[in-house]
Design a protein around this ligand. Structure first.
Ligand code: NAI
Ligand code: MG
Length: 491
């Protein structure tokens, strides 16, 4: 494992793989078309990438189907399957600096985050699931009459996996880990903004010995390659992370083939600071909870509820910390915030900053573009926000915090739950009763108490309401890649 700590230079990052990866081969798109992937820090093209479409998804789905139905993958001992996943994790660790640099180049997140956050988490996730490969089993069921009844847990088949651009390597690991452990084969469509690291991971998987057709990666756009994945009759399941509107389209498009669906969608998560909280810890939690990854997190604590009596003291500290946040070249070693991923997201965020002001919220700090090249935005805080303003209801997916205040707990919980999302919620308090009461009453799939953004491959993650269904990570995440079969034998 490399121990380099200094940041690499953007210009030294090598881009080796830009074609579709199908049946263990890199091949151009059938149409011959390509599209540009952009460095969001400079707005310059990094490379042209194969633009996969229905014809390429068809080739990938057929390769994955053959690998699932008859290939060596299907016959492989589960323990050997686990060993291959461990090898993939080890090989990614050997190339951790290069993968992290490529992630930063394509996505814009600070190198120190991709190197010390995304990559280690992705590798850990693969190892967690590698250990599961030989521990997937059903149970023996006592039934009436003279029968032996047992269940088997079998792989669901070919998994279509559609991922977003905010954590490209990590989302690939969250989806490959359980699918491979369960014995599925994969057709992955990475986000059009960030295809490069996923293609490199595919090359690494081939090097360590994954058989033909087990992992296929087709870069391309959502309405073409993505939609073709959803509709393909040889694909059994869709695992999707992204916007709820896309999930609704996927639900309709998958109806004809009744695919198994798991969705991890957005949020407008409440992060609550009670008057009795450890204020310094809560300030840090509010800051990380929102600004991590340029604010491009599905679970971002974008509605900060502060109890009235501590508002002035708390906001003074948070404002100071926010103003000091270093927004700069993501390859510089002291950069805390890089650019937003692309022009579309940049424009969406600037639109909400305008809207916040026109709706009457107070722009406490930030609100402007940084520099004139790259999609950089100042860390931004709005206070005097009311519940119905669009900056309090809509997922902005950028470094824009909305601060709301409250008097008492019941009022706070009612308002915290007043959102169609339900991904995460957090509370900062020294009172254990208030903490558990909140944990029980929050309508969200994850609750953090006196912490934020704590993820572990073993801990299930997913949403209530419009934040999706099904869970990723942990045993629940694995089960989402299996079918249960009941076998009954007359004795
Ligand atoms: P999106 O949901 O459109 O894109 C996510 C993935 O779905 C990409 O790979 C895309 O190509 C694919 N996709 C798009 N349309 C599809 C279709 N009809 N069929 C199949 N696949 C399709 O999200 P987008 O447009 O990148 O971002 C829009 C907003 O969504 C963001 O501003 C943010 O609010 C939210 N979002 C939430 C994420 C999360 O982690 N929950 C991740 C990314 C975006
Ligand atoms: Mg979209």
């Amino acid at each position: 494992m490399s121990t380099t700590l200094a940041s690499p230079q953007a210009s030294s990052v090598k881009v080796q793989y830009t074609d579709c990866f199908i049946n263990n081969e890199f091949v151009p798109a059938v149409s011959g078309k390509t599209f540009a992937t952009i460095n969001p820090a400079t707005e310059e093209e990094i490379a042209q990438v194969a633009e996969g479409d229905a014809a390429d998804i068809d080739r990938a789905a057929k390769a994955a189907r053959v690998a699932f139905d008859g290939g060596p993958w299907r016959k492989m001992d589960a323990r050997d399957r686990g060993r291959l996943i461990y090898k993939l994790a080890d090989a990614m660790e050997d190339e951790i600096d290069e993968l992290a640099a490529l992630e930063t180049l394509d996505n814009g997140k600070p190198f120190r985050d991709s190197r010390h956050g995304d990559l280690p988490l992705a590798i850990d996730c693969l190892r967690y699931y590698a250990g599961y490969a030989d521990k997937i089993h059903g149970s023996v069921i006592p039934v009436r009459g003279n029968y032996l009844c047992y269940t088997r847990r079998e792989p669901v088949g070919v998994a279509g996996q559609i991922i977003p651009w905010n954590f490209p390597v990590l989302m690939a690991a969250w989806k490959w880990g359980p699918a491979l452990a369960a014995g599925c084969t994969i057709v992955m469509k990475p986000a059009e903004q960030t295809p490069l690291t996923c293609l490199r991971m595919a090359a690494i998987a081939r090097e360590v010995g994954f058989p033909d057709g087990v992992i296929n990666v087709v870069p391309g756009f959502g309405f073409t390659a993505g939609a073709a994945t959803v509709k393909h009759p040889m694909i059994d399941k869709i695992a999707f992370t992204g916007e709820h509107i896309t999930a609704q389209t996927i639900t309709r498009d998958s109806a004809a083939t009744l695919k198994r669906l798991t969705f991890e969608l957005g949020g407008k998560s409440p992060n609550v600071v009670m008057a009795d909280a450890d204020l310094d810890a809560a300030v840090k939690g509010a800051y990380i909870g929102l600004y991590l990854n340029q604010g491009q997190c599905c679970c971002a604590g974008s509605r900060l509820f502060v109890q009235e009596s501590i508002e002035d003291e708390f906001m003074a500290k948070l404002e100071k910390m926010t103003r000091a946040r270093k927004v700069d070249d993501p390859f510089a070693s002291d950069t805390e915030q890089g650019p937003q991923v692309d022009e579309k997201q940049f424009n969406k965020i600037m639109h909400y900053i305008d809207k916040g002001q026109s709706e009457g919220a107070n722009l406490l700090t930030g609100g402007k573009r940084v520099g004139d090249r790259g999609y950089f935005i100042e860390p931004t805080i709005f206070n005097n926000v009311s519940d119905e303003m669009s900056i309090a209801t809509d997922e902005i997916f950028g470094p824009v915090l909305s601060v709301l205040t409250f008097k008492d707990t019941d009022e706070m919980i009612r308002r915290a739950n007043q959102t169609f999302y339900g991904l995460a919620a957090a509370i900062w308090t020294r009172d254990i009763s208030k903490a558990h009461d909140f944990a029980a009453r929050a309508r969200a799939g994850t609750v953090w108490i006196n912490c934020y953004d704590v993820f572990d491959a073993a801990a299930p993650f997913g949403g209530f309401k419009m934040s999706g269904y099904g869970r990723e990570l942990g045993e629940e995440g694995l089960k989402a890649y299996t079918e249960s079969k009941t076998v009954t034998i007359a004795l």
